[in-house]
Design a protein. Sequence first.
Length: 111
Amino acid sequence: MTALRGEDVDDAKTFWSWRGRYVGYRSSDCLFGSDGRQLGYFAEGDEVYGCAGDYLGEIRGDRRLITNLSKKAWTRKSVIPRFLKSSPDHHDLNAKEMLVGYEDFPAPERI
């Protein structure tokens, strides 16, 4: 993993799953967990792909991540995972009612 330094976590770029669990934060076009490990990257503006190139989900609503079942087979390029500084965990939020054709964004420890 490549370590990056000097980047601050902007709370405006933090994300939670649809069920309200804290996922992590965005730096540039990358999604990082609270431990600083890169979970994936953003493509097409709101879609999130894992470092291996597999579709994980997308942004819906206000800083919430959700997985569109019809896109689960989508893939993109793979990237070498990076590591940023860790950030404090955030409190979980209230769950939203699941949308038809979607499932909750994977938990960071499953990515």
